[in-house]
Design a protein around this ligand. Structure first.
Ligand SMILES: O=C(O)CCC(=O)C(=O)O
Length: 272
């Protein structure tokens, strides 16, 4: 069943992002949020615990293989939304992490990510998508995901018109038009990777809790890639290509997968 309406698709094409409302149920959000807190060894109800003595390097949380994260990845509505964007259901899900963006306070300043791209700036622009799932209600001032809507349509031209010595990745930080995207717990924002995007300082009194999720057409033609993913899941290795044995490998439990989850991992093939 379609998750994105014709208006959503038109909005996506125009703006390069779309908000999938209620992409996962609240209980999924709560479970993933708690998993992030446990991983961080912090207490959601104790603001002092949010600012450890050994400061964190940024907002990212290196949790990848927890059951609660997999439950969101394998939630059918999430897959359906990405399928509509890619126009195919044959997708693999990313092994992506979470983040906790606490309120700024004296002695703690937001360190980014500011507006950036995670893709090569060699043109032409190709379709690549990223996603962030809000695990708690996220007003605009609570460190909301921020992007410059519509920039995917003008990136190529913008790059061509920069002074020859300008570094696009530096210049973009000052680019006008950045918009924080507020959302409710369970909302999934999918964005085109050609949009400059980042998070922002949190001026509320609550941390911003998210899980990143994206999907892209499978690489199941590569047996090596498929086996690597299966090992990553089974052995609970770090994601984003790092493939290392860290906390979850030593302390975690391998997530159980649904039939959809098995395909999104690559354990079962979409085409038999
Ligand atoms: O956490 C956010 O709001 C932005 C995340 C981001 O910049 C990224 O995933 O590349």
């Amino acid at each position: 069943m379609a998750v994105l309406s014709a208006e959503d698709i038109a909005f996506w094409e125009e703006n390069g992002y779309v908000v999938v409302r209620n992409a996962v149920p609240l209980e999924n959000c709560k479970a993933a949020e708690q998993a992030v807190w446990n991983f961080l060894e912090m207490d959601a109800d104790d603001p002092e615990s949010w600012y450890p003595n050994l400061p964190r390097r940024g907002i990212m949380v290196e949790i990848y293989q927890h059951q609660a994260l997999w439950d969101n990845r394998q939630y059918p509505r999430v897959h359906q939304a990405f399928s509509q964007i890619w126009e195919t259901e044959k997708l693999w899900v990313s092994f992506d992490r979470g983040s906790m963006n606490p309120p700024e306070r004296p002695g703690y300043e937001f360190k980014g990510p500011y507006l950036h791209w995670d893709m090569s700036l060699d043109m032409p622009v190709r379709l690549r998508v990223q996603g962030v799932l809000y695990l708690t209600d996220t007003p605009a001032n609570q460190g909301a995901f921020t992007c410059i809507p519509g920039f995917h349509r003008k990136l190529e031209n913008w790059l061509e018109n920069l002074p020859p010595d300008a570094d696009p990745r530096k210049v973009v930080r000052e680019e006008p038009g950045a918009k924080p995207i507020a959302g409710k717990a369970g909302d999934l924002i999918i964005w085109h990777s050609a949009l400059p995007h980042g998070s922002r300082p949190n001026s509320s009194d609550q941390p911003r809790m998210v899980q990143y999720i994206t999907m892209s057409p499978t690489g199941e033609n590569s047996e090596e890639a498929r086996q690597k993913r299966i090992t990553g899941w089974r052995e609970r290795l770090t994601g984003l290509g790092k493939h290392q044995k860290e906390k979850e490998h030593h302390q975690g439990k391998t997530a159980e997968l649904t039939p959809l989850g098995r395909k999104l991992l690559g354990l079962d093939r979409w085409v038999n």
